[in-house]
Design a protein around this ligand. Sequence first.
Ligand code: ADP
Ligand code: MG
Length: 368
Amino acid sequence: MSDCFIGLMSGTSTDGVDAALLEFTSVARLLSTHFLPYPQTVRKGLLDFAGGKYAGDAIDQLGALDNALGELFAEAALAVLAKTRLSRTDIGAIGSHGQTVRHRPAGQYPFTLQIADPNVIAARTGIATVADFRRRDVALGGQGAPLVPAFHNAMFADHKEARVVVNIGGIANVTLLPTERGRVSGFDTGPGNLLMDAWSRAYLQQSHDENGAFAASGTVNAALLQALLADEYFQRRPPKSTGREHFGEVWLAEKLRGRNLAPADVMATLCELTAYSIANAIASHAPHAARVLLCGGGAHNAHLLKRLAADLPQRIITTTEDFGIHPDWVEAAAFAWLARETLAGRPGNLPAVTGARRPAVLGAIYSA
Ligand SMILES: Nc1ncnc2c1ncn2[C@@H]1O[C@H](COP(=O)(O)OP(=O)(O)O)[C@@H](O)[C@H]1O
Ligand SMILES: [Mg+2]
């Protein structure tokens, strides 16, 4: 089997498709990368969908988005391949996370749903595609998330130094990597960028607060921060995972009701919420971790990094780049790796992380 795999990822930020092509030998090597931003119409469709705003029939909308995203994911895969000298027959498989449109792992009928039709991806690229990674874990009583910790463990663990990997996407998640044979754990800490992005769309007419400049211009409002942190999710014990369903615009609007705050102060407070909730999760679950490795788009937010460093004294804070993978591509790389595990018949979930009853081979294989 080929050692080269393509990973395709789009997270809760709904910014676009990250594509990463890796070669897995004794080490993992990132051969090429490509980011395909979502066209405005697709992004708006997804955000409307998340907010329960359907232009007509919801099933029609879902079907159309599934197809449109399948085409975009295929385009991203072909683009990342075209940046190399490889051809499609050199690729073992594509691992496609797809786009989450609902994540409800608790309740009487737990489910999580990722779209971007893998049939379209396999047909357009001529490459076997592994997709639908999360639902087997949910079927086994797990959260179906996060799934990146097994990859973080394979890539970034050190037997002498306890580490934490922090992925700051729309939602933020941590992977706690102990030394020696300690048990790897991990969970979603809460909002990463998605509330800051929502506030940015509302007040700056921009997709995000570039480098956290707007947040840096404001002052944290202690009463609002306390109200945000009072959400029971932050106190809940892992395994836990969350999404836009919980920490969305409705949640934020409710917390802001009756408060008359300067927009910059709200942004500063949302940024602090992300920093503090991550730092607090690390302090309570990995008190001895010496090093924190950041990845995800939030690693570009200079103000957020400054606040994280302040909330996490006495730890070395770096990015995953120091350990071989640039922070923008860790999640896509994880799905390339997970596809490889699936083809090899190895489990990809960590029950200690997701809460599933047992490890399982994840996803379904759509042949070339
Ligand atoms: N220069 C930057 N300054 C501030 N935030 C940034 C910057 N670059 C990226 N981001 C944030 O990162 C997000 C994308 O991160 P990503 O890891 O792709 O998240 P997801 O996995 O949820 O798609 C953007 O929505 C934005 O909030
Ligand atoms: Mg993204």
